[in-house]
Design a protein around this ligand. Structure first.
Ligand SMILES: [Zn+2]
Length: 80
């Protein structure tokens, strides 16, 4: 997988993404500026880096928080 580790402090995130959150896959608490946000697509149960899916895609369930390693696995293997 290409480098999915992001530094969110370099990105203008909306306020709801500027808080620590729990990894969707393993439940670990992640500092907000280290969270990798992945979009979930319901049609095939896959996760995608933000920007891959169109925001108005009806199959786009929105962004979920992941740690860097879990994000790579979620993209590769899915979660469900
Ligand atoms: Zn995790």
């Amino acid at each position: 997988m290409a480098n999915t580790v992001v530094d969110n402090s370099e990105i203008a995130l909306p306020s709801w993404q500027r808080r620590d959150d729990y990894c969707e896959r393993c439940g670990e608490l992640i500092k907000w500026d280290r969270i990798v946000w992945l979009d979930y697509r319901t049609s095939d149960n896959t996760y995608h880096i933000n920007g891959v899916m169109q925001w108005n895609d009806p199959d786009n369930q929105g962004a979920f928080p992941f740690g860097a390693k879990c994000a790579e696995r979620a993209i590769r293997d899915g979660v469900n």
